[in-house]
Design a protein around this ligand. Structure first.
Ligand code: E4P
Length: 217
């Protein structure tokens, strides 16, 4: 499974990229607003921090304007992936861009049939939002399982990018279903490293090692 970080915080991205475990970055207008930085500037900086795809989202709502914004975003790095909303106009723009070989991440997906449309439009990634789905009383993971089944049935190559992840159990469930990517806030990625038994075990080992009075170096 690929790991993307869902943030526009460049310090966090650089720190997580240093693990070698980061495969890409997703952003959205809310995350850009939270960063307090200029959109084009921050995306260009992120594109240099990671080799993998960096999703930059358009804010236009009609196809032609989306395509104009996409053209500008694509100048910011070779690894820019255009993020488009799952709307009629968004999917028209998706088809145009993917026909030209541009990577597209279709976002704000809340149903398996929407995901089917995105795959037909040639999207590289579909972003179903599991956390927001859970918030309104549905099981977001049922959506991931449905999309996985449909994509496998028809051999669609669109990657399932599980978004709106809130905790490590979402990542576990997505991996068991066989989703391609989890995009996570930095704190969820950090939680994946943690286990209280690892911390306790390490503490005990170090205490016992100290008793030996030895050093390795
Ligand atoms: C995905 O690309 C979105 O940016 C993101 O995962 C949304 O998450 P949220 O529901 O926590 O805002």
């Amino acid at each position: 499974m690929k790991f993307f970080v869902d943030t526009a915080d460049t310090a966090e991205i650089a720190d997580l990229a240093a693990t070698g475990l980061l495969d890409g970055v997703t952003t959205n207008p809310t995350l850009i607003a939270k960063s307090g930085r200029k959109f084009l500037e921050v995306i260009a900086e992120i594109a240099k921090l990671v080799d993998g795809p960096v999703s930059a989202e358009v804010v236009a709502t009609d196809t032609d304007s989306m395509l104009r914004e996409a053209a500008k975003l694509l100048t910011l790095g070779d690894n820019i992936c255009i993020k488009l909303p799952l709307t009629f106009d968004g999917l028209k723009a998706c088809k145009r861009l993917t026909d030209d070989g541009v990577k597209v991440n279709v976002t704000l997906c809340f149903s398996a049939t929407q995901a089917l449309l995105a795959a037909k439009a040639g999207a590289s990634f579909i972003s179903p939002f599991v956390g927001r789905h859970d918030d309104v009383g549905f099981d977001g993971m049922d959506l991931i399982a449905d999309i996985k089944q449909i994509y496998d049935n028809y051999d669609y190559r669109t990657e399932i990018l599980v978004a709106s992840i809130r905790h490590p159990v979402h990542v576990l469930q997505a991996a068991k279903i066989g989703a391609d990517v989890s995009t996570m806030p930095p704190n969820v990625i950090r939680q994946l490293f943690k286990h209280p038994l690892t911390d306790n075990g390490l503490k005990a080992f170090l205490e016992d090692w100290a008793k030996t009075g030895q050093s390795i170096l």
